[in-house]
Ligand binder design. Sequence first.
Ligand SMILES: [Zn+2]
Length: 302
Amino acid sequence: MSNNYTRHVLASKAEQLTADYKTRNPNYKTHKGMDFIDYAGKCVITAVADGVVDSCRSDVIGVDHKYNTAGNYVRIKHPNGIYTRYLHLETGSVCVKTGQSVKAGAKLGMMGNTGDSYGKHLHFDVCVAGVYVDPLPYLTGAKGFGTNTAQQPADEDEPAYPELRKGDKVILAKAPLYAASTSSKKANTVTGTYYIYADGIINGRIRITTPKGCADCTGWVNAADCKTDKPAPTQTTALKVGDRVRVRDGALTYSGEWLSNWVYDTVFDVQQVGTLSKQDYIVIGLNGQVTAGMRAEDLIKM
Ligand SMILES: [Zn+2]
């Protein structure tokens, strides 16, 4: 069997889709990537494009549906704020290091079944400026990964956006508001504090909502108009078990779930500290009960 991909995440180039990206997957609307297997059982994972290994992990053993959901993984940084991730790799198989430059086709590791995984497969996703986007056009070649040279046609690259993530607070000043990502006519102008409503920069626009956790989308604004007031990331090493922390206003859980409003007004105990460099997580709770797994950058030490 074959596919029409011009870029590949398996050395065999015989990627077989087992779970599609959310917009094409009515049964899995939260799926931020594409899952692949290779029926021939050849499971060498390869870099889809040139880049630099941004973070990786190889010591997760077995499945973990709660904290180390990525399992063993490689994350590659490409130009223009584009990242690709390769998740659930086999324990001990990751053969690249953080900071290492890789070329398209370079071996990263072996397909596995670690983290939030229900069988051996590769989860591949593409993140542009903090938002997971449809990987398919990047695999078919319809979209480019950008380049640091001047040779690449400019219109093939995604423009650079501020770092935005679902739930992030954004400050807008007389920003045009649109009813849809494709509307040419602005419906209104918005000024003030809003929150990112959902993943996905589409046609350069992103959805916003008024209160955090709101079920309703206010409309679409240009991603470039969104100013964030994210604090500088807290170093993981600054937090240890037993520390008292608050949750940054508007922050989501490690896995991207909304939190109840009371969480933001509560001081928690740090119950567990992850040892990862970039994909770190901190378990917080009260009176010995776990409340949530969080990113260190979303916690403020008291
Ligand atoms: Zn997946």
